[in-house]
Design a protein around this ligand. Structure first.
Ligand SMILES: Cc1cc2nc3c(=O)[nH]c(=O)nc-3n(C[C@H](O)[C@H](O)[C@H](O)COP(=O)(O)OP(=O)(O)OC[C@H]3O[C@@H](n4cnc5c(N)ncnc54)[C@H](O)[C@@H]3O)c2cc1C
Length: 356
C-alpha cells in the first residue's frame, strides 16, 4: 500500500484527504504543525466561512494561468460539500455553509479523519529524497511514497510561519511571501475616528494614474484605513512607487443635495467634527499610502512556490511524487471566497492526480 503524507491540515490538505479516502488504496498520514486543524477555516469570513463565489473567474486571481483557470472553473464546490453532507447557501454571489458557521465547514472537512493517521504538534522541517521520501519533523521521521505540501502561507500567523521551510534546500524557486488582502498605513491618519465605518468608492492611484477602484465599506483605524474595499486594493500595491487613495464617500449624492443636508445629514458626528475642523470634502478625501500592515495582519499572502515549478498535476517537476496545493503555491485571489475556492479545488486536483 502506498503511503501518502499530507503536510498541513488546513483547507487544501483536508480537501485532498477527503478525495483520497474515497478509495481504500492508500495509507494516509496528515501532519499538522499546530495543535488545532483548520484554524484559518474557523477564522474565515468573520466566523461564517465564505467558501466560494458564484462569479468564478480567473481575473480575480494574481495569475491569468490556464491551468489555474481550468482548476477553479472545473471545481464544483456545492457537490464537494454535498458529499461531506454540508448544505451551502448564497448571499448574492458569496457562498457560505447553510448554518453561516465556519465550525460546520470545519466539522464537515474533518469527517473522514478517523480513516487516516492524524499527527498534530508535528512541524515538518525538511524532506530528503532517498528510495522513497523521508520527512523530518519536530516529532520524528516519516517515510512517504508521495507527499502533498498543503502548508498555506504565513498570513495572519494562524498557519505558522515556516510554511515552505522544508523546500528551502531543494532548489525550488519560491516567490517570497508578502501581505495581500491587508490594511494600509496612511498619511493622514484620523486616530479619533478609529472604528468608524463609512461606505463609498476608494480609488487607488500611482503617479496620478488610476490603478483600480472598489466600492464598499471603508473603516478608519489608528494607523490608516481598513475595510473590504481597502483590503481588495492592497492586492495591487506590490509594485507601485507612489500609491495614494482617493475616497468619495458620497458617490451617489448630487452637489445640491450635499449643500442642502450638509455633513451632518450624512455622517456620524465624530466624522462631521473632523471633516469641518480640517476642511475636508468627503467627495475627494486623499491619503498617501505609507505601507501595508504586516503579514501577521493579512488574510492572504502573495508568493509561494512558483507555478513554473509544477506540472499540470501540481507536482514538482524536479521531485516527482511531491505535490503542492493551496496558498503554498504562488496563487492568491480577491476577498469573496476566491482563496478558499482555490484551496479546495487545488487540494482535490492533487488527490485526483495521485489516484490516476
Ligand atoms: C482571518 C482570515 C479570514 C479569511 N476569510 C476567508 C474567507 O472568508 N474566504 C476565503 O476564500 N478565504 C479566506 N481567508 C483565506 C483562506 O483562509 C486561506 O486562503 C486558505 O485557508 C488557504 O488554505 P491552505 O490549505 O492553503 O492553507 P491553510 O488553511 O492555512 O492550512 C495550512 C495548514 O498547514 C499547517 N502547516 C503550516 N506549516 C507547516 C509545517 N511546516 N508542518 C506541518 N504543518 C504545517 C498549518 O498549521 C495549517 O493548518 C481568510 C484568511 C484569514 C487569515
Amino acid at each position: 500500500m502506498e503511503t501518502i503524507v499530507i503536510i498541513g491540515a488546513g483547507a487544501s490538505g483536508l480537501a485532498c484527504m477527503n478525495e483520497l479516502v474515497k478509495t481504500n488504496k492508500y495509507n494516509i498520514i496528515v501532519l499538522e504543525q499546530s495543535n488545532k486543524a483548520a484554524r484559518k477555516i474557523l477564522a474565515s469570513g468573520n466566523g461564517r466561512c465564505n467558501v466560494s463565489n458564484l462569479n468564478m473567474d480567473i481575473k480575480y486571481y494574481n495569475h491569468q494561468d490556464p491551468l489555474i483557470e481550468k482548476l477553479i472553473k472545473e471545481f464544483d464546490v456545492v457537490n464537494f460539500f454535498k458529499q461531506l453532507s454540508l448544505k451551502l447557501r448564497y448571499e448574492k454571489n458569496l457562498v457560505y455553509p447553510y448554518s453561516l458557521s465556519s465550525l460546520s465547514a470545519k466539522n464537515a472537512l474533518m469527517k473522514n479523519m478517523d480513516n487516516v493517521s492524524y499527527i498534530d504538534n508535528c512541524e515538518v522541517l525538511a524532506i530528503k529524497k532517498a528510495k522513497t521520501y523521508e520527512i523530518i519533523t519536530t516529532n520524528g521521521h516519516y517515510q512517504a511514497d508521495k507527499i502533498v505540501i498543503a502548508t498555506g502561507s504565513p498570513a495572519s500567523h494562524l498557519s505558522g510561519q515556516n510554511n515552505l521551510k522544508m523546500l528551502e534546500k531543494m532548489h525550488i524557486s519560491m516567490i517570497p511571501f508578502t501581505p495581500s488582502l491587508v490594511q494600509v498605513k496612511t498619511n493622514p491618519v484620523f486616530k479619533v475616528l478609529k472604528g468608524q465605518r463609512v461606505k463609498g468608492i476608494a480609488m487607488l492611484y500611482d503617479q496620478n494614474q488610476l490603478i483600480e477602484k472598489q466600492t464598499g465599506e471603508i473603516m478608519f483605524t489608528d494607523y490608516g484605513l481598513s475595510g473590504i474595499c481597502i483590503m481588495q486594493l492592497s492586492r495591487y500595491l506590490d509594485h507601485l512607487k507612489n500609491p495614494k487613495l482617493i475616497l468619495n464617500l458620497l458617490p451617489d449624492i448630487e452637489k445640491e443635495e450635499f449643500q442642502h443636508y450638509g455633513l451632518e445629514g450624512f455622517f456620524h458626528e465624530k466624522i462631521v467634527q473632523i471633516f469641518k475642523e480640517k476642511n475636508i470634502d468627503p467627495r475627494c478625501l486623499e491619503f498617501k499610502i505609507i505601507d501595508t500592515m504586516s503579514i501577521e495582519k493579512a488574510q492572504v499572502c502573495h508568493g509561494g512556490v512558483s507555478l513554473k515549478e509544477v506540472d499540470e498535476n501540481l507536482q514538482l517537476k524536479k521531485y516527482p511524487g511531491i505535490y503542492v496545493c493551496g496558498e503554498a503555491l504562488d496563487v492568491d485571489g480577491d476577498c469573496g471566497g476566491y482563496n478558499l475556492h482555490f484551496a479546495f479545488a487545488s487540494g482535490v486536483h492533487v488527490a485526483k492526480s495521485i489516484k490516476k
